[in-house]
Design a protein around this ligand. Structure first.
Ligand SMILES: *Cc1c(COP(=O)(O)O)cnc(C)c1O
Length: 455
């Protein structure tokens, strides 16, 4: 195949048969989760009420490669392998010597990379005899992915959707309902947590933290039910590595290899998925020059401005505490349009790699992000999700730097999803009403006073 091909497509037979588990190659083992209520390190038993055994095993595993079950690969084939595309028109527009490639995860049925883990989680729960999965969703991308995955494996799906999104994003809700999920506006009257919140404040707009608490309460008070998380945790990051593993094969076909890998970072799953298989080469000493950059919004820059500490995964402090870069679990970021990037913490795996200076972060502002998104749509034709556009902004900055330096860098970024459900955000930008969010220093300082105490 010639190097000037626009897209590099793998056949279904060439789809990877194993995920990559970066825990095998970390500079030092991860610090374990901590049970803050009982003041001791968490054990697998702490996770048993909410996750099935195989998921817990993967969460703690340090085996380098883990087989992708055949039924999961079968469902993946609906859209995988996803294309690797050379953004030639964007390169021309920027007049850069850099070569820009992107992996298009927007081709999945739910419109984002989240389906890669949703399918795997639904499968393992089905195998374990689970009848119902409950989860939370903010912007609705994880809820859509899990609804579709549960339908594929015949599991009931219950989604607690943050009230503001439930009202502002009715079409994401409709999509989940098409896939057969029950969707509730959170806070709801279905749980004690929800009832308590509503009793104190009937107009409460909801938050991811409340929705997580509701989903977990639903699970622990139901029979044969489990909870499911769409980012942050190790097993989710591992399921996403199919992105980078495919990309490596595609780069081999192209006769190229990236100098820089870029992805946006909310909880860290699509960044992990795209970057970890390449970082394996860096950690094993084969590609010391490789840079991996996580793109963060100025409204919620946990890697760039947060602290590395044990903190809860949810705002109510229900979950075990994780060692991660965090802005504090009570921190509520401004209402940026990239809902998927408004999480207070970052995956413990990505956090550990930042600590060891294997991974870098870059902070970008909302309006510049949408300017980049529009440039990308005009040149490459694809409307990116606002989250993915954070990566595009960083890629453009790096490509312009390469031009200044006269260096033909090869850049890969992950297009984590399409933006077809985010047109109101684009309207906001095009009408000139969009504002930037500065880093909210005082709110973060305040939230950091609420970190759990760990001995
Ligand atoms: C959820 C989401 C993100 C952020 O989550 P990560 O776990 O950091 O990947 C980014 N892009 C899209 C399209 C999403 O749906």
């Amino acid at each position: 195949m010639s190097k000037s091909n626009k897209k590099i497509i793998l056949s279904e037979q060439d789809m990877p048969k194993q995920w990559y588990n970066i825990q095998a190659d970390l500079p030092e083992p991860l610090e374990p989760p901590y049970n803050a209520r009982e003041k001791r390190p968490a054990t697998p038993d702490d996770f048993k009420p909410i996750f099935c055994d195989e998921i817990i095993k993967q969460e703690m595993s340090s085996e380098r490669f883990i087989d992708i079950p055949e039924p999961v690969r079968e469902v993946y084939k609906l859209w995988r392998p996803s294309p690797l595309i050379r953004a030639v028109n964007l390169e021309k527009f920027l007049d850069t010597p850099a070569k820009i490639y992107f992996k298009n995860e927007g081709v999945s049925p739910s419109g984002s990379h989240k389906s890669n883990s949703a399918i795997a989680q639904a499968f393992y729960n089905k195998e374990a005899g689970v009848k119902k999965i409950a989860t939370e969703t903010g912007a609705g991308q994880w809820g859509s992915a899990l609804s579709m995955a549960c339908e594929m494996f015949g599991i009931e799906c219950v989604v607690y959707m943050v009230k503001v999104s439930y009202e502002q994003k009715p079409y994401r809700r409709s999509l989940m309902q098409v896939y057969g999920a029950q969707v509730f506006s959170s806070p709801s009257n279905r749980t004690e947590t929800g009832k308590k919140v509503l009793a104190e404040d009937p107009d409460n707009e909801g938050s991811l933290g409340i929705a997580i608490s509701e989903a977990i309460e639903d699970v622990v008070t139901s029979k044969n039910a489990k909870y499911s998380l769409g980012s942050v945790l190790n097993h989710v990051a591992m399921h996403q590595t199919i992105i980078g593993l495919e990309a490596k094969k595609q780069f081999e076909i192209a006769g190229d290899y990236p100098d820089i890998v870029v992805a946006c970072l909310g909880g860290g799953s699509n960044f992990s998925g795209a970057a970890f298989p390449f970082l394996m080469d860096k950690l094993q000493g084969k590609k010391p020059y490789l840079r991996a950059i996580a793109a963060e919004p100025s409204a919620c820059p946990k890697l760039s401005k947060g602290v590395l500490a044990y903190d809860f995964g949810d705002s109510s402090g229900f979950t075990p505490a994780l060692k991660m870069y965090t802005l504090g679990h009570t921190f509520m970021p401004g209402g940026i349009h990239a809902g998927g990037l408004r999480y207070h913490g970052a995956s413990p795996l990505v956090s550990a790699l930042v600590k060891h200076k294997v991974v870098e972060s870059a902070v970008v502002k909302q309006r510049a992000v949408f300017e980049a998104a529009v440039a990308f749509a005009k040149t490459e034709g694809i409307l990116p999700a606002p989250e993915s556009a954070h990566a595009i902004k960083v890629v453009i900055d790096e490509a312009l730097k390469a031009k200044e330096e006269g260096k033909a860098k090869t850049i890969l970024f992950n297009l984590s999803g399409h933006g077809h459900f985010d047109l109101s955000a684009y309207d906001n930008y095009l009408s000139g009403k969009m504002t930037d969010y500065e880093y909210p220093e005082e709110k973060v300082a305040q939230a950091l006073t609420h970190l759990p105490e760990i001995k």
